[in-house]
Design a protein around this ligand. Structure first.
Ligand code: ZN
Length: 163
């Protein structure tokens, strides 16, 4: 795709029949800090409410309440593209970069200290808390964005908001 331009969903979307989880990763940035690519993977179970694992209401306050397949499909696609949109903002990038660095640091600490000592290490505990807070922030941003998309979809399907 053209560097610096995420214009079409087909640039970023991949349906993966083997994926068990929909996710967005492989974000890359140019030297100006502009997002140049990302990979969005949609799991085969997307939009099958009965097969989906339940969503944590803390991370997905809106998504966790959806019970209709069609709305879940709209939600998941909107949610993953919201991660791409968020990654184009400085806050969104920081909330990805910092956790990657911390996760690497935790990995090194685990190698040095061993899993057992890590459990009692206050620094490891603090780093884990920061990682969890960033993950929650990222999911909440995407959940809120997808909420607006699902609400538009509901208006449209009830024939009150279609163009
Ligand atoms: Zn997400």
């Amino acid at each position: 795709m053209t560097p610096g331009a995420i214009c079409s969903p087909s640039d970023a979307l991949a349906a993966n029949p083997k994926a068990t989880k929909s996710q967005t990763n492989d974000r890359t940035y140019d030297s100006n800090g502009k997002l140049t690519s990302a990979t969005v993977t949609l799991a085969k179970i997307t939009g099958h409410f009965s097969e989906s694992r339940s969503m944590d209401p803390d991370n997905y306050p809106f998504g966790s309440k959806i019970t209709k397949d069609a709305e879940l499909q709209v939600y998941v696609i909107g949610h993953e593209l919201a991660h791409v949109e968020d990654a184009q903002t400085p806050q969104g990038r920081a909330a990805q970069d910092v956790p990657q660095g911390l996760a690497s640091l935790l990995g090194v600490m685990k190698d040095v200290e061993g899993t057992r000592r890590m459990q009692d290490d206050p620094v490891a505990g603090s780093l884990t808390s920061i990682l969890n807070a960033d993950a929650k922030r990222n999911e909440n941003v995407a959940d809120d964005r997808a909420k607006g998309i699902v609400e538009s979809f509901r208006q449209c399907t009830s024939k009150t908001g279609c163009p």
